[in-house]
Design a protein around this ligand. Structure first.
Ligand SMILES: NC(=O)c1ccc[n+]([C@@H]2O[C@H](COP(=O)([O-])OP(=O)(O)OC[C@H]3O[C@@H](n4cnc5c(N)ncnc54)[C@H](OP(=O)(O)O)[C@@H]3O)[C@@H](O)[C@H]2O)c1
Length: 287
């Protein structure tokens, strides 16, 4: 299977490469902004026409949530126009399209995990741009999967690495305790995505590790697994906003229900605590 991956230098792109590089079933065609800018329709069409992938996995995105708030047009260019271009090319050249989206399309004011069929209502520029990308994929692609994930960590910049870097300099760190979600290993998400590719089970999927925690719980688990005695000062989102006024609003509850994976491919995500232990232990699948 010829698998084109956009944003291949990002966390999810690298995880997909790690899982497929020694597997003859896959031919990995990795692109990133330096060689293929997904915001350029002509360039996207030319690449897809020439390479004729069987499937396109769109891992490219503007993922800096606060950065998106500061430049909403820039966010829409990458997170909405980009997937639109890939959707158009995927239909024209007969490729399946897997587009990655986010829990931030939801308002995050519920108390039970959001299902794939709940109505999105984003509260940040990042969430709005990602929702527009989802809508374009549904409008312009023919054979599509949208996979919403959350709180992702892998090879790249992420919460886990930020916490470990902060712990080197501080004995105590203020971390938000009133936002709940599903920390998710990029490797687990990549494994799940691979189960979709050979199928025709199109639609919207939620792809996150099992179990729900707050950012403060997540940080405590990271420090515990690394044997660090860094203290977690549990703070509210309001307090965080006072300390970092430019930060975007984030959902207070954005856990995702994974019914579509359960019903269609049977893929079961690891519990978040097992996945973070695997990541921090540097097991072969994460190197
Ligand atoms: N990270 C999370 O916590 C999280 C949570 C929910 C959903 N998601 C979604 O999951 C997907 C994968 O996230 P990730 O963490 O792997 O992202 P990532 O590490 O930020 O990687 C994104 C990649 O896309 C590249 N890119 C940016 N603009 C591009 C363009 N115009 N054309 C081509 N490539 C471009 C980036 O390059 P530069 O680095 O040079 O910009 C980067 O290499 C994204 O759709 C994201 O929205 C992520």
């Amino acid at each position: 299977m010829r698998m084109m991956v956009t944003g291949c230098n990002g966390q999810l792109g690298r995880a997909l490469l790690a899982l497929t590089e020694n597997n003859d079933e896959y031919e990995y065609l990795g692109t990133d902004v330096q060689d293929l800018d997904i915001t350029k329709l002509d360039a996207v069409q030319a690449y897809v026409a020439q390479q004729k992938p069987d499937v396109i996995v769109n891992c490219a995105a503007a993922t800096n949530v606060d950065g998106c708030e500061a430049d909403e047009d820039g966010a829409f260019r990458i997170n909405a126009i980009g997937p639109r271009n890939l959707a158009i090319a995927s239909r024209k050249y007969g490729a399946k399209l897997v587009h990655i989206s986010t829990d931030y399309v939801f308002p995050g004011n519920g108390t039970v995990p959001c299902t794939e069929y709940d109505t999105p209502a984003p509260r940040s520029a990042y969430g709005r741009s990602k929702l527009a990308g989802e809508i374009f994929v549904q409008q312009f692609a023919e054979r599509w999967f949208i996979v919403r994930t959350a709180w992702l960590y892998g090879e790249g910049k992420n919460f886990v690495r930020t916490m470990l870097a902060l712990a080197e300099k501080h004995d105590s760190i203020g971390i938000v305790d009133d936002q709940l979600g599903n920390p998710t290993s990029a490797m687990e998400l990549a494994r799940a995505i691979l189960t979709l590719l050979p199928t025709e089970e199109y639609g919207i999927y939620h792809g996150t590790c099992e179990g729900i925690c707050s950012w403060a719980d997540f940080a405590e688990e990271i420090f515990r697994l690394k044997g660090l005695d860094t203290k977690v000062e549990r703070i509210s989102s309001q307090e965080y906003k006072k300390r970092f006024p430019a930060s975007a609003d984030r959902p207070s509850y954005s856990a995702l229900e994974k019914r579509m994976f359960r019903l269609n491919t049977g893929f079961r995500f690891k519990d978040w605590k097992d996945a973070i232990a695997e990541y921090l232990n540097g097991t072969p699948s994460h190197t």
